[in-house]
Design a protein around this ligand. Structure first.
Ligand code: BG6
Length: 491
């Protein structure tokens, strides 16, 4: 009983929040490099430049008007530029992972480190060599790299010249990037994921398109992303049939707020729109009927080419990677008090406590999600993000007693264990988010920390970047050592 012997315990990161070195080694600019810091109250922004040369800062999720583009503004702090500097600390960091007994490490490759402009003819050797060093270092300790091919960034040049994913040619550029990294790392990396939280790609910074909220433009761009993902799966299998290539979807558990059938109906629609549509396409290889009907109602005709249907069909994934932080209660009524959550929230759920950032904490929801996904898609599952963003305090003796983080993780592991032991879900790994402190994607803050390791860096980009173990470091080391049997007090 318990977790399988080969269970992948580890942790997760993303280049734009962790790596830094934003122009080092020939790296090009990515959309993520144009997003400022923010907070729970102040949104992250992007500076846009209009055709007439005027500049203005707008909420990063707002539409960039046609003809305008995001720029890096002088004198403004951009958290991705240094982040927590994995670029210069990778040896030290991988040693720390090894000390905790990591079996796997999830990281993303920066597209702009390999193809600085996105449409370059040849790759940047210095960028490729950097990831060689990273993977070699991991393998030296027996740590399996789990690689996200694209995590919330896009070469800025592709946004400027092609409107990013709106242009079908971007699929070709992405294929070139995938072919390069698949060939280069085919003997070092086995687990891949195509797009991080593909269900949250909907704005300029992730899709590279102006007027991104326009339904037709957005749906066409998403179609191209889904095709690109399927092409990547096909290509990867041609290059190495042993590759395991997965999807990555933010997978909150949605509940109807009450047993009013109208709340249930609303919940069903939200689940489809925000989560399951992306599963249906990537696991079943075809657009589901509800989405086709919706497009029909909105008079949208997808621009397709011959052979596209076969690409989607043949490019279904080998496994499911997903993030889980919170659940969301859904109501059919509009005037309800809202709660926060990972990129989207629901209405207040009186049964759940919330984090300092207002995200409901719901370990049982994780068990439910695991079961729902396994029932429906019958594919191996990997939790590739889960964790608690919280403010940590360094005590006068230098310790960081993050019992709240231990408690959060323990309760989630308890539920995932039940999903494995009692429900028979095929769960292959657990890679909690931000195993080391890194920049928050949502707010751009450093003080929203997730790590087992503290990094000396603050919200203004000041700090020595030195690393320090938190109390949770030893706790997680023990969890891994006992394959999830010893979860410490509070079990
Ligand atoms: C997921 C992302 O949305 O959640 C990560 O894949 C992100 O990039 C994580 O960091 C936690 O969200 P946040 O906003 O607390 O950083």
């Amino acid at each position: 009983m318990g977790f399988p012997k080969e269970f992948l315990w580890g942790g997760a990161t993303a280049a734009n929040q962790y790596e830094g070195g934003y122009l080092s080694g020939g790296k090009g600019l990515a959309t993520a490099d144009t997003i400022t810091a923010g907070s729970l109250k102040e949104p992250r922004r992007i500076f846009i430049e209009r055709e007439d040369g005027t500049r203005e800062a707008i909420n990063r999720f707002f539409d960039v008007p046609k003809g305008a583009r995001a720029v890096v503004e002088d004198g403004v702090y951009y958290p991705s530029h240094v982040a927590t500097d994995f670029y210069h600390h990778y040896e030290e960091d991988i040693r720390l992972m090894a000390e905790m007994g990591f079996k796997a490490f999830r990281l993303s490759i920066n597209w702009t480190r390999i193809y600085p402009g996105g449409d370059d003819e040849t790759p940047n050797e210095e960028g490729l060599a950097f990831y060689d060093k990273v993977f070699d270092e991991c393998l030296k300790y027996g740590i399996e790299p789990v690689v996200t091919i694209n995590h919330f960034d896009l070469p800025l040049h592709l946004a400027y010249e092609y409107e990013g994913w709106l242009d079908r040619r971007t699929i070709g550029f992405f294929e070139r990037y995938c072919t390069t990294i698949f060939r280069r790392y085919k003997d070092k990396v086995k687990y891949w994921m195509t797009f991080n939280e593909i269900n949250f790609l909907r704005d300029y910074s992730t899709l590279g398109i102006t007027e991104a909220s326009d339904y037709v433009r957005q749906q066409q761009a998403i179609y191209h992303v889904l095709l690109a993902s399927a092409r990547a799966v096909i290509l990867g299998h041609e290059i190495n049939p042993d590759f395991k290539i997965g999807l990555m979807i933010a997978s909150m558990m949605f509940y109807p707020e009450t047993c009013n059938p109208l709340d249930s109906l609303e919940e069903m629609q939200v689940t489809r729109e925000m989560r399951d549509f992306y599963y249906d396409v990537q696991c079943r290889g075809t657009y589901p009927s509800y989405r086709l009907k919706e497009m029909e109602r909105r008079h949208m005709v997808l621009k397709k080419e011959e052979g596209d249907d076969a690409i989607l069909k043949n490019g279904t994934v080998d496994y499911i990677g997903f993030s889980y932080y919170n659940s969301a209660a859904i109501s059919g009524k509009k005037d309800k008090e809202k709660s926060g959550g990972n990129q989207m929230g629901g209405v207040k759920n009186p049964y759940l406590e919330e984090t300092e950032w207002g995200w409901p904490v719901d370990p049982v929801g994780l068990r439910l999600v695991l079961n729902r996904l396994y029932d429906k898609y019958q594919l191996p599952l990997m939790i590739v993000e889960n964790g608690l963003g919280a403010i940590d305090r360094i005590e006068s003796d230098g310790t960081i007693n993050d019992d709240y983080r231990i408690d959060y993780l323990r309760r989630h592991i308890v539920e995932m264990k039940k999903a494995v032991e009692e429900d028979g879900v095929d769960l292959v790994g657990y890679l909690p988010w931000g195993w080391i402190d890194l920049v928050s994607a949502g707010t751009g803050e450093m003080k929203k920390r997730y790590g087992f390791v503290y990094v000396d860096m603050d919200d203004a980009g000041e700090g020595t970047l030195s690393r320090r173990k938190k109390k949770s470091f030893d706790w997680y080391r023990r969890v891994i050592e006992t394959n999830g049997e010893d979860l410490g007090e509070g079990e």
